[in-house]
Write a protein that binds this ligand. Structure first.
Ligand code: DGP
Ligand code: NA
Ligand code: NA
Length: 236
């Protein structure tokens, strides 16, 4: 590895998609591929841990919601328990956004240190799930304004048929066909919005087998990492 002062910044790589689109699997496969290829990454793994100086070659979870923080635990209780205290959609939205802000500085610090960061869900899920609960797109976007802007967004597109074959929905809130259909429509709406359409969003046909999807993602991300090295990190 080159010493940090000789390296350009890292890339912010975001995975988005419906529940059961394979985001977590692809994020982990990518992290492993980049790490083995000598790239310095902060990335998803089954265990959620904060970043540290010895992160090189080690896989980390950067999954939103990050359920390990105080706010994350509130969200976890709400998502996983049917008889949790009700949370108004606007309150939920601000908590999910705050949960991303809790990690903003650490993400930026990693990028500046030349380490790429892989995120399993980010602002796009945040906006889209909240819109699917009936909130207005233009109300949902401002709380995330100023968060580190992704260098690439990998959207894993899965058909309802294939998603259904991947097993029953879990027991969590929002894992039902009706909600997922709204979420899919709202991802389309958001990606067409002028504030977002120039983000580097790529669709991957995630109906294909895991390794085929993975190969396409690695090819794209390696180009992105090479290109961002000399450019400053910006904000959403
Ligand atoms: P996951 O841990 O990836 O299974 O995500 C948990 C659930 O929370 C999933 O159904 C998507 C939803 N979600 C993720 N981020 C947000 C957000 O910012 N706002 C809302 N309302 N829902 C979110
Ligand atoms: Na889920
Ligand atoms: Na996931």
């Amino acid at each position: 590895r080159r010493p940090a002062f000789m390296m350009g910044r890292g890339a912010l790589i975001v995975f988005e998609g419906l529940d059961r689109s394979g985001k977590s699997t692809q994020a982990q496969l990518l992290a492993r591929a980049l790490t083995e290829g000598g790239k310095d990454v902060l990335a998803p793994s089954p265990v959620q841990r904060p970043p540290s100086d010895d992160a090189a070659g080690v896989e980390y979870v950067w999954r939103f919601p990050d359920r390990s923080t105080h706010i994350g635990q509130t969200l976890n209780t709400y998502l996983s328990s049917k008889d949790a205290e009700p949370l108004h959609p606007r309150v939920q939205h601000l908590l999910f956004s705050a949960n991303r802000w809790e990690r903003a500085e650490a993400i930026r610090a990693a990028l500046v240190a030349g380490r790429s960061v892989i995120l399993d869900r980010y602002t796009y899920s945040g906006i889209v799930y909240s819109c699917s609960l009936g909130l207005e797109l233009d109300w949902c976007m401002p709380p995330d304004a100023g968060l580190p802007r992704p260098d690439v967004v990998c959207f894993l597109s899965v058909s309802p048929e294939v998603a259904a074959r991947r097993g029953e929905f879990g027991l969590e809130r929002y894992e039902n066909t009706e909600m997922q259909r709204r979420v899919r429509d709202n991802f389309e709406r958001l990606f067409a919005h002028t504030a977002v359409s120039d983000h580097n969003i790529h669709n991957f046909d995630a109906d294909r087998e895991m390794q085929a999807v993975h190969r396409d993602i690695v090819e794209l991300v390696q180009r992105v990492i090479a290109n961002v090295a000399d450019s400053p990190s910006t904000s959403v």
